[in-house]
Design a protein around this ligand. Structure first.
Ligand SMILES: Nc1ncnc2c1ncn2[C@@H]1O[C@H](COP(=O)(O)OP(=O)(O)OP(=O)(O)O)[C@@H](O)[C@H]1O
Length: 315
């Protein structure tokens, strides 16, 4: 991460309690040109500063349309605020990376693409854009942050899908966005790169950036701070991944939408049912810790009742 960003991070953290929501929208109605009726109808909501929020929903629900409205690519009625400022003056703080990433590239090479973003940020904050070795160094730092390893002079149209996705995220970051919209940018990544990108997004949120990710990958939802469901022109309030995967009675929103829960959640639910205990881990660590907590009591009780000591009998 660039050195100047690091000092900003400290500042953002110290101010975080006093900050208004990173993003707020009220009575938002979005009808893309050509659409016969509004895709989003009178939706309102807000997302806190430094949150990583996933957006899920069926195909055609309006997720991309919402993001496009936030960056001025789809006309909307209603109000949007960015960090408490009206969208009209603060919209540059919201940047979007979308699929296919190539459609949004302006530069011919990796260096050019990131240099344009870096120059845009410098212009917004009234600084001189770096050039020469300092530009190269900053470009390399953004590439490193998203795990993009390639030559600076590589033409962008020769990158793989995954590399393009990483470049798009790096570009959005380099442009100084503190609200980052990622529209299925993980879709082209292999499983390891997806996991690595989740760590990047987690780190960005910890550092005070607000990250919104449209995804169909339930592991992304599991790792995020909150999830918003978009369906039939409406949006839910941000809910915790725990509420999304483990409803208190009834069908969890994940299943209601027809998504298969991540394997960890599936196993945890089986444990929950078999032992009739509250067990709703969101990570391997939580699973192990939760398991350890119940092991001494419920599992031993259950073993005694069932007369069966094998772990397989519970799951
Ligand atoms: N310019 C347009 N003209 C007409 N209809 C449009 C336009 N843009 C979007 N739509 C329609 O709006 C609806 C919402 O599309 P959107 O791309 O926002 O959905 P999404 O939730 O992102 O879906 P997906 O998960 O498939 O990416 C779709 O029915 C789409 O066909």
């Amino acid at each position: 991460m660039p050195q100047n960003t690091q000092s900003n991070v400290t500042q953002l953290r110290s101010e975080s309690n006093a900050k208004p929501p990173a993003l707020a929208w009220k009575d938002l109605r979005v009808a893309p040109p050509g659409a016969s009726r509004p895709v989003l109808r009178d939706v309102s909501g807000e997302i806190g500063h430094g949150q990583w929020v996933t957006f899920v929903g069926p195909n055609g629900a309006g997720k991309t349309t919402f993001f496009r409205a936030l960056v001025g690519l789809a006309p909307f009625q209603g109000e949007i605020w960015v960090h408490g400022e009206p969208w009209q003056t603060a919209r540059w703080r919201v940047q979007m990376a979308f699929q296919p990433p190539a459609a949004s590239f302006v530069g011919q090479t990796v260096l050019e693409e990131l240099a344009i973003s870096i120059a845009a940020r410098a212009a917004h904050v009234g600084e001189a854009a770096p050039d020469g070795p300092s530009l190269d160094a900053e470009v390399r730092r953004w590439m490193h942050l998203v795990g993009l390893s390639t030559a600076l002079q590589r033409p962008v149209d020769q990158l793989s899908g995954g590399e393009m996705a990483k470049l798009a995220v790096a570009g959005a970051l380099a442009s100084g966005a503190d609200v980052l919209l990622l529209d299925e940018t993980q879709a082209e990544l292999d499983p390891d790169a997806r996991a690595a990108m989740r760590e990047v997004l987690r780190g960005l949120a910890r550092a005070g950036r607000t990250v919104l990710l449209v995804t169909h990958d339930m592991d992304d939802v599991l790792a995020s701070d909150a999830v918003v469901v978009v369906k039939d022109g409406h949006m839910s309030a941000p809910m915790s991944p725990r509420a999304f995967f483990y409803a208190d009675g009834g069908l969890p929103p994940c299943d209601h939408l027809g998504f298969a829960p991540p394997y960890l959640v599936q196993v945890a639910r089986r444990v929950q049912r078999a032992l009739a205990i509250e067990f709703s881990p969101l990570s391997e660590q939580e699973f192990v810790e939760g398991w350890q907590r119940v092991a001494a009591s419920q599992i031993l009780d259950a073993r005694a009742q069932r007369g069966n000591s094998s772990i397989e009998s519970f799951i």
